[in-house]
Design a protein around this ligand. Structure first.
Ligand code: FES
Ligand SMILES: [Fe+2]
Length: 304
């Protein structure tokens, strides 16, 4: 389904993109990301000459072009073919190139614009104000499910005592979930109430960012990146506000381990949900405790 409204999607950790081009499948399409002198570029990862992966090629020393590894054809940051080394007298036709997709870098991510372009300039991706001054540990992992199901899973309080019996849901047997929803710019917050007080709060920012405030000094966030209809790459970050040297490495390990221990419990259940894309899940019977799921579906539907 194509979006009817455009938005920026963080799709790659900026730390993964150095001098070499990087190939990743996003939204079902193999893409190549590379750093030109003018900024990050994203194009289809397929040479129009004879189909080789451009991500196996090299960025020219000037940073103006990406060269295909097969016969050295070069493509500029606008996607146009600028050089055919073995046919220098050949007049390169206008359409001999690739589309260059709208892409930018912010908040340690590479962001891709999906959907119709707005009139005039593209907006700047909205960064999370609370995480800006904080350091973080990071990790990533693959979930075998449609990204909408993965997002809903982390917005769902009521699965904790069942799926996470031995980890984060351990002491939650028999609890009754009362949820209070709050609108925030670009998304929503969901508060889990116990004894009338907020016990835990999560935040979702459309299209794919999720955040849990553990306390004033720690926050945990996830970014759900669609790979294809059955796979989602999930970037995790643990932000911390403690001036301890070397803590970053510890937090990298903590982020990886906590994701693995908790999410391996979610994986088989989420992968089993039918259909994958929640836009087509029109016959499900949602409960009041599914309020955050409903809020996500409403927001998501407004873009499609
Ligand atoms: S396939 Fe890319 S230059 Fe030939
Ligand atoms: Fe879970």
């Amino acid at each position: 389904m194509k979006p009817v409204k455009g938005s920026w999607w963080p799709v790659l950790d900026a730390a993964e993109l150095g001098r070499k081009p990087v190939g990743r499948v996003r939204f079902g399409e193999p893409l190549v990301f590379w750093r030109a002198a003018s900024g990050v570029v994203c194009m289809p990862d397929r040479c129009p000459h004879r189909g080789a992966a451009l991500s196996l090629g090299e960025v020219s020393p000037s940073g103006d072009a990406l060269a295909c590894p097969f016969h050295g054809l070069e493509f500029g940051s606008d996607g146009r073919c600028t050089l055919i080394p073995v046919e220098q007298d050949f007049a390169i036709p206008e359409d001999f190139g690739l589309p260059a997709y709208p892409v930018t870098e912010a908040d340690g991510y590479i962001w891709l614009w999906r959907g119709p372009l707005p009139q005039g300039e593209l907006p700047v991706p909205a960064q999370h104000p609370d995480t800006q001054p904080m350091q973080y540990g990071a990790s990533g992992g693959l979930w075998h499910a449609h990204y909408t199901r993965c997002i809903e899973n982390v917005c769902d309080f009521s699965h904790l005592p069942f799926v996470h019996k031995t980890t984060i849901g351990r002491f939650k047997k028999g609890w009754q979930t009362t949820i209070e929803m709050e609108d925030v710019a670009g998304g929503f917050r969901a508060h889990l109430l116990q004894d009338g007080r907020s016990h835990q709060s999560l935040e979702f920012l459309y299209p794919n960012r999720w955040l849990l405030r553990l306390n004033r000094r720690f926050m945990f966030g996830l970014v759900f990146v669609p790979v294809d209809d059955e796979h989602t790459w999930v970037y995790g970050r643990s932000w911390y506000d403690l001036p301890v040297p070397g803590l970053k490495w510890l937090m990298n390990g903590y982020t990886r381990l906590s994701q693995y221990l908790v999410f391996r419990e979610d994986w088989p259940i989420v992968a089993s949900q039918v259909p994958g894309d929640v836009l087509t899940a029109t016959d499900e019977k949602l409960l009041p405790s599914d309020a955050p799921v409903l809020a996500y579906r409403k927001l998501h539907r407004s873009y499609y």
